[in-house]
Design a protein around this ligand. Sequence first.
Ligand code: NAD
Ligand code: MG
Length: 341
Amino acid sequence: MAKLYYESDADKALIRSRKVAIIGYGSQGHAHAQNLRDSGVDVRVGLREGSSSRAKAEAAGLRATSVADAVGEADLVMVLVSDTEQTEVYENEIAPRLKDGDALFFAHGFNIRFGLVTPPDGVDVGMVAPKGPGHLVRRTYEAGGGVPSLIAVSRDASGKAMELALSYADAIGATRAGVLETTFEEETETDLFGEQVVLCGGVSALVTAGFDTLVEAGYQPESAYFECLHELKLIVDLMYEQGISGMRFSVSDTAEYGDLTRGPRIIDEHVRAEMRSILDEIRDGSFAKEWVDENRAGRPRFNELRAAGREHPIEKVGAELRAMMPFVSGGRKRLEDVSGG
Ligand code: NAD
Ligand code: MG
């Protein structure tokens, strides 16, 4: 078993001896800034000119400045702008104000791993990556818990970069849940692989293909939706709570026999070979290059594919069925409200 760090492993004084700049006040930014502040850390938030987040940060009792001023004041800079903005923000506003002895931190390794940001030699480069969205990083901290996190160092100029990362992780609440040491390579490559092959890409393609197959065979779209999408959550909850065997224990023997004999026919050797080539594209940098180029071009393919996904029949029937089950979306904003569709 890998070593996990908990509260008693962290040197709480390290992060409290630093002046921290949180750059960006989105999902992760608002959570890191408030958790650090509540843990007694000296924090300022660096925002872009005219940012609508300024009012929110100030309402939360934080001091907001320009990105340049925040970096200038601080000796630890946590970069929490979106991954596709980081190269530009780094080059224009962060790099010119970094000093030897500063630390530059990230919550995801993408820009460092693929060489899109190259910090100077005298700067510690670290990562504290919560394994959950920002609102949970804040909510669990306030409730006395935390979100498990990964820490890593890609340059240890001070000789204490990993201890500093652990101290930062502690101050956002992560050591209450468990902190795992990793590398920028492992965090970035496994994160991209997971979201492409299993979590986002794999699951949405599997659900859509199952739905299409039933509808094309003449079944009602409503049945296909309940079967292939709605019920997925119940199965995933069982796996989350009790593992795959625990899920199998809870379903019927007929479902379990179908799972054991049919699952490997769907995820067959061809699919596994494709998974390996997707992993190769991640590791050799070709996925990163494709995504950077796509952003430079104004995201034409991304926008087209996203629009096509929203037009798929599973979305139409799903919106109608969910409207009858308001408890399903709880208090969360629905896509139909956001996009006006
Ligand atoms: P986000 O999109 O929620 O927020 C980004 C913030 O940066 C926004 O407030 C935006 O206004 C601001 N911003 C954009 N361009 C800017 C600029 N030029 N100057 C100043 N501010 C600018 O992003 P996020 O999801 O919080 O992601 C931040 C980092 O955290 C990323 O590296 C991401 O990979 C990582 N991360 C995210 C999650 C998650 O679940 N959201 C989990 C772990 C790690
Ligand atoms: Mg991720």
